[in-house]
Design a protein. Structure first.
Length: 202
């Protein structure tokens, strides 16, 4: 019995301050159907998400949870409903635009929307809103009191200015559509392009 395998070659560039950026080439045995990290479901897409995008929270080398995009206010919340944070300075999307609080709230809204069928919906189920209170400072309002407000913040963030005008949700027939080759994140690697490579019959 013959089996056909088609390789997909993905090109990414490491975002560093050096003149010569490092290039990463990844070969996959399946084509990524979607690069919106909020709705991805396949292993190949999960691997790319970790390179191109960031979440509000992540882990250090000792697998300890750490904030990746914000600084938590030193003061405790009196009602455990509203918690104050400050966005980390200097974080930019791969097109050069600054990360904003609007990106946080937009991503939360996409995940919460039932049409998205996002695997991260449980993460945002207790979050009412993420609102900017002043320049770079923002408040996360919860529906119910929480003791550890950073615990549910392990969901990816997407740029509102890129995805707002695009199809952000999975289509009704389950088809993710063609890959968005202009996907913009703020992770360590910038997505450049993809090429469908050779076909091998075995």
């Amino acid at each position: 019995m013959k089996k056909t395998f088609q390789a997909c070659i993905l090109f990414l560039v490491l975002m560093t301050s050096v003149v010569q950026a490092a290039r990463l080439v990844i070969g996959e045995d399946q084509r990524p159907r979607n690069l919106n990290p909020l709705v991805i479901k396949f292993t190949v897409e999960q691997r790319l998400k970790s390179l191109v995008f960031k979440s509000m929270m992540g882990y250090d080398f000792q697998v300890r949870p750490i904030p990746l995009m914000f600084i938590q206010d030193e003061t405790d919340s009196d009602d455990k409903i509203e918690w104050k944070f400050k966005i980390m300075p200097g974080i930019k999307w791969h097109d050069g635009r600054d990360l904003s609080v609007a990106d946080f709230n937009f991503s939360r809204g996409v995940i919460a929307n039932l049409r998205s069928n996002s695997p991260y919906r449980d993460f945002v189920s207790n979050i009412r809103s993420i609102d900017e209170s002043s320049d770079g400072e923002f408040t996360i309002s919860f529906l119910r009191p929480v003791e550890r407000p950073t615990e549910p913040l392990f969901f990816p963030i997407i740029p509102q200015h890129v995805f707002k005008a695009k199809t952000t949700y999975v289509k009704e027939n389950g088809d993710f559509g063609s890959i968005n080759t202009k996907t913009i994140g703020c992770g360590p690697y910038k997505f450049v392009t993809r090429e469908v490579g050779f076909t091998r019959i075995m």
